[in-house]
Design a protein around this ligand. Structure first.
Ligand code: GRG
Length: 321
């Protein structure tokens, strides 16, 4: 099946193995792990600065929400694209943090009793289990302005002008808002318990998940000074990768073990969610996830220094959590 997002794959390898043999612990896996560690250090440093003097346990709750062990795919994409598009300078680390802060807010709110009511996230009790739903709601809300500060700091550190800083902030806000994540989440809630077709499913997933992943990619490119054509091409990479990411998330909810996932499995079915396996069946969902990743990868053709992006694309489809 071909959709606007799968497009044509220009003969690229389907979703999985890179050109050189690589397995667990191979160079691609090491590249992904090095990015994750760099993001963790950047988040520690950013929160260390921003939360100094914050009273009443709020700092601790923010740290729990953000620093618990996530995969850091979105901020890693910011860093990898920045490098692939010729950017230089450590100031991009705060930009990577900005995207992870928005993501962390979405997880805190998504887990609330009034949303998906989940008790386990990243192998730990969810924030509302620890501090209560009210405080968890506030902590989630506090992460958005922190994300804006991170964009601003990064723009200053990279010496970007006000115009580019505004463009970065606009990209992040649009991806997080009614035309992106929040809009997708509303569609997701409205689709609970009824059957949808693939078109409607992908409309939900494009907003809920792919918008922020595409924004991460486009922001890395803009910060590096990429021209509009490259920003658009990488945006297509990000949207396709975002759908592949959500397809794998849906599949793991069916096939994964709670211990390995770090969150409760089988929740989508219990909540009557619209997912790739519920719409297409498990086998077809797996095929489509690989097809989407291959379509994403086709946008990287001819791009120098795209090794880390290739590695992240592999990681998205091969991950077990
Ligand atoms: C409902 C109006 C309204 C707003 C709330 C909560 C929310 C906005 C949006 C939720 C969006 C959401 C949670 C999408 C799911 C995306 C997803 C696949 C999350 C899991 O991401 P991973 O696997 O998690 O990257 P880690 O833990 O590795 O960071």
């Amino acid at each position: 099946m071909e959709t606007a997002e799968t497009g044509s794959s220009h003969g690229v390898r389907p979703g999985g193995a890179p050109d050189e043999p690589d397995g667990p612990g191979g160079p691609a896996a090491e590249a992904v792990e090095a990015l994750r560690r760099r993001v963790d250090r950047a988040l520690e440093a950013f929160l260390g600065r921003e939360l100094a003097g914050v009273a009443g346990g709020a700092g601790e709750a923010v740290r729990h929400a953000v620093l618990s062990p996530g995969k850091r795919v979105r901020p890693s994409l910011v860093l990898a694209v920045f490098d692939a598009a010729g950017g230089t300078g450590g100031g991009v680390d705060d930009l990577a943090c900005s995207v992870e802060l928005v993501h962390a807010y979405s997880l805190v709110h998504d887990d609330l009793p009034c949303m998906d009511d989940d008790v386990l996230r990243r192998g730990r009790p969810t924030l509302h289990v620890r501090v209560g739903p009210g405080p968890a709601t506030f902590v989630g809300a506090a992460l958005m302005p922190l994300a804006a500060r991170a964009v601003w700091r990064s723009s200053r550190e990279l010496g970007l002008g006000a115009r580019r800083a505004r463009r970065l902030l606009t990209m992040l806000c649009e991806a997080a808002g009614a035309r992106g994540m929040v809009g997708g989440q509303l569609l997701d809630l409205r689709a609970e318990g009824r059957s949808v077709d693939r078109e409607e499913l992908e409309e939900i997933h494009r907003g809920k998940t792919a918008a922020l992943i595409a924004a991460a990619v486009r922001m890395g490119a803009v910060a590096a000074g990429a021209d509009r054509e490259l920003v658009e091409r990488l945006g297509r990479f990000g949207r396709r990768l975002g759908l592949a990411f959500q397809a794998v998330d849906d599949i793991l909810d069916v096939t994964g073990e709670t211990g390995e996932l770090g969150k409760s499995g089988g929740r989508d079915r219990a909540l009557g969610k619209a997912t790739y396996p519920s719409v297409l069946g498990l086998e077809e969902a797996e095929r489509v996830s690989r097809e989407l990743a291959a379509a994403a990868r086709s946008e990287l053709a001819g791009l120098d220094r795209s090794g880390a992006l290739d590695a992240l694309t592999d990681f998205v489809v091969e991950r077990r959590r």
